[in-house]
Ligand binder design. Sequence first.
Ligand code: ASP
Length: 601
Amino acid sequence: MKRTHHCGQLRSSDVGKSVSLIGWVDSIRDHGGILFIDLRDREGLTQVKANPNSDDAEFNAAINKLKPESVVEFRGEVEARAEGTTNAKMPTGEIEVQVKEVVIHNISETPPFPIDDDKGDKVNEDMRLRYRYLDLRRNKMNKVVRMRHATTRAIRDYMDTNGFVDVETPILFKSTPEGAREYLVPSRINPGEFYALPQSPQQFKQMLMVAGVERYYQIARCFRDEDLRADRQMEFTQLDIELSFIDREDMYELMEGLMKQIWKDVLDVDLPTPFPRMSFEDAMNRYGVDKPDTRFGLEIQDFSETFANSSFKVFQATVAKGGVVKAFKAPTLADVTQGEMKNLEETAKSLGAKGLAFIKVAEGGEWKSPIVKFFSEEEKAALNERLALEEGDIVFFAASDWEQACAILGRTRLECAELLKKRGRLEIPADQFNFLWVIEFPLMSYDEERGGFAATHHPFTAPVPEDVQYLDSDPKRVRGQHYDLVLNGVELGGGSIRIHQTAVQKKVFEDVLKIPQDVVEERFGYMLEAFKYGAPPHGGIAFGLDRLVMILAGLKSIRDVIAFPKTQKGQCLMTDSPTPVTEKQLKDLHIDTTVLADDED
Ligand code: ASP
């Protein structure tokens, strides 16, 4: 089975050549007794011409049997298309192949949906996932699969050039229940005991640093048993990286180089570096989120001082209690509809707001707002000046504790941007890539539910050296050596410089995070021990590969960049998993279940 060319290859310079093509029948058109067949392989389409009424009965029978998606091999001669029948949209549009011989490898049944970019996009996603092998056969999906390959190839090239070693780490790991919920795997030969699937290779990569590997990377599968959203999968892929003898600056430079190479190799785009940096506090204050989309303004401002003594009691009392009053302006959006306003309010309420206070600047500059009657002239003047209000603008307020006020306006800001886009008043070019390092996160955040401190990133992150002195007295004040790489409002990855001294790590576990000593010993004892034997200073980062490819491909769903993804209910519709298992299988694994399989109840 030898093809001379692929289906996207032949040009007018090939006219006269004898060729052999193999692929799928994309379409068959009957033009007065002559069949025009578009033959498709992953590289493209070639028009093939066949006479089903030739002198060769066997040939005719074969040609007449063809149906779309059948796999065939055509041998014939390349001809120039007649004038007026060339197709400038097809790279092979100047030629066609006059078929002389045909070999049928497989006649296809009528597929459940058309293998077509546009029509296929309209097919229900469950159907596409059930017949994923047909969905992936579409040109669009084929391109994504190959773009993912181009991305990992660029990554491997860059990592190799920079001295990184690819090391595999175990998939059967140990349960470390403090993170997201994990998948457990029963051990048949250790009754009653379980492995856990890794949420990331974090601990192993740190051990590789103690082992002297110096520069590690892995394109690693990770597992988190979380509720699935559009941008989450229960199993996903990370580009996982760890290095010894580096500081944050080295890390920024190396990772900027990596992004530069990926964008160049995959999209042929030259990314400007260095990427801008923003502190966590600044990101929250100005954008209301730790992963700001800086492709548009609508920046949030703080008006706490303005309203500290306001006769508008809601604002005044919030500030008196140590909270904040924040606001941002959405230019030209005073024409927000009632329905849109209701949605904005609901979002705000879902984040803990009681409502969403606003001012609309109506025609003639008049302010329309249920709250403005309580504002003094100075307060109005301050708003006017700092927000530069113009006719048609709308201002949104949040008054609450700092984090909540930021979160409310952060989300409102994003929704306003969508409303402006919908009205054609905000345009973001598809090729605008706003990379941003978000840095100086607090090492610990207070977890209301647990009533204690939790690591903002993970407990292995090193504190900023000058803040170590506050670890006991004021842990909230301690910043971590943590960095996130954000692109257009999406967190691409994050990491940190790690703690590499046993005493500091033990202190963070026991004194700051208040993990009982025996639990520390049981979960992390081996790590604390390892650090005693010459652990080098080290740090790392991990990027979500699926998200990265999703952005490169300009897609909205992570499922579109994974060959065989799970649905939001965690199912693989193609293989129909998960499934019940037999009583015998469970028994072998020493598992008793409260849910019986269908055939057993
Ligand atoms: N293991 C971390 C994560 O999965 C990343 C890192 O710190 O390198 O988020």
